[in-house]
Ligand binder design. Structure first.
Ligand SMILES: Cc1cc2nc3c(=O)[nH]c(=O)nc-3n(C[C@H](O)[C@H](O)[C@H](O)COP(=O)(O)OP(=O)(O)OC[C@H]3O[C@@H](n4cnc5c(N)ncnc54)[C@H](O)[C@@H]3O)c2cc1C
Length: 355
């Protein structure tokens, strides 16, 4: 059983099916889950881990390969749906793992009934339910002290165009703010100039109170993102003014367009430094397992490395081999993912100190 059918869960399903397992992926959302703008993508690694022909996923190639989250997710979903041995169940929320009962099996409750399996993979993201079972003493990701304004802007909509930019990832700094911006393919997959979209992440240290008022934070825990329709009108006006003041051309116009066209949403940055990845027959991968600042640009890359290690360990294994295989997985993956999250935390501390 794999809980969560986003990037990590679909990759886990594909890799485990290749390793000889019958897999059921349980996803809460119906259709495409919300969220997702752009991300760096190592197509070779993705292909090697999952067996998909990842070269067919469109990217904008510059100083790195940048992909559109929605196109990657759609590609992986289609691959999973045509793979024998994978069952994909959507509109079903897993509510919790049962304390170990029947020997050699794990059971989880959901809105669609009880699922029982040899092994349960938690790929349910930052707000993971599966993590509550694995790490009951530290179940939630903590607020890092800053947030992102994010969005995707069709290149053709940017007033005055991109002045030949958009191929490379760029980082810009302003007082208390940072901007990471790069081109990704258009919704139709076209990656040529004029048809791309701009993915931006504007780091902002000054909105903690707003995040509390809008229910995105509960104590130190991040519990939700901030949808565009939750943004007060004065704030939209302020973001437009700040975009003009902070960001160089063409990004000032690009973000200004996003702000005035309802294409900006807020993401409180969460961090989760794990001390374990496995309990009994439950194993965590991706953002359920570790949440690093997006500034590391390596969350999904590490999800793929998680999945590769897990599938290698479970290849050819029987139900009785699962606990030993999961133990080896934890030994292999815990040190590097702790290092990744710690490096993002160190960046965040120095960013907050200079803001
Ligand atoms: C701005 C930004 C930029 C980034 N850039 C990069 C980058 O350049 N390179 C990189 O490698 N990484 C990047 N990352 C990180 C990367 O996006 C994430 O690590 C990756 O997408 C995590 O995927 P996931 O499948 O683990 O989690 P999620 O995408 O959160 O998916 C979890 C899934 O589980 C489902 N779910 C949740 N709860 C339940 C439940 N109880 N029952 C059933 N289903 C459930 C959800 O609906 C969802 O579909 C970036 C992140 C951000 C925020």
């Amino acid at each position: 059983m794999v809980v969560g059918g986003s990037l990590s869960g679909l990759c886990a399903g594909l890799a485990l099916a290749r390793a000889g397992w019958a897999v059921t992926i349980v996803e809460r959302a119906a259709g495409e889950p919300p969220g997702g703008a752009g991300l760096g993508l190592d197509r070779r690694l993705l292909g090697r881990v999952t067996g998909v022909d990842a070269a067919r996923i469109p990217v904008v190639s510059g100083n790195r390969d940048s992909a559109a989250w929605g196109l990657v997710r759609q590609f992986l979903l289609e691959a999973a749906l045509r793979t024998p041995g994978i069952e994909f169940i959507e509109s079903t929320t897993v509510t919790g793992v049962r304390e170990p009962g029947e020997a050699g099996r794990v059971s989880a409750d959901s809105t669609g009934g009880v699922f029982t399996a040899d092994v349960a993979v938690g790929a349910d993201g930052v707000y993971s339910v599966m993590r509550r079972f694995v790490a009951p003493d530290h179940p939630a990701a903590d607020y890092a002290g800053y947030m992102l304004w994010r969005g995707l802007v069709p290149e053709a909509e940017v007033p005055g165009g991109l002045d030949g930019r958009g191929r490379n990832l760029e980082v810009h700094g302003a007082r208390g703010a940072q901007l990471v911006v790069y081109g990704v393919p258009g919704a139709d997959g076209r990656a040529d100039p004029g048809h791309r979209r701009v993915s931006f992440a504007w780091y902002d240290t000054s909105r903690t109170e707003l995040l509390r008022q809008t229910g995105c934070l509960e104590g130190d825990a991040v519990v939700a993102t901030l949808a565009n329709d939750q943004l007060p009108a004065e704030l939209i006006g302020e973001l437009g003014r700040l975009a003009r003041r902070y960001w160089p051309s063409p990004w000032d116009r690009c973000i200004g367009w996003a702000v005035t066209h309802g294409e900006v949403f807020g993401t409180p940055v969460a961090e989760y430094l794990p001390s374990r990845l496995v309990r009994d027959r439950v194993v965590l991968v991706g953002d359920a397992a570790h949440v690093a600042s997006p500034m590391t640009g390596a969350g999904f890359q590490n999800a793929l490395l998680d999945v590769a290690a897990l599938a290698d360990g479970l290849r050819g294994a029987s139900g009785t081999d699962v606990p030993a295989a999961l133990g080896r997985y934890e030994q292999e993956r815990l040190p590097p993912v702790r290092e990744l999250v710690s490096s993002g935390m160190a960046w965040g501390r120095s960013y907050l100190a200079t803001a």
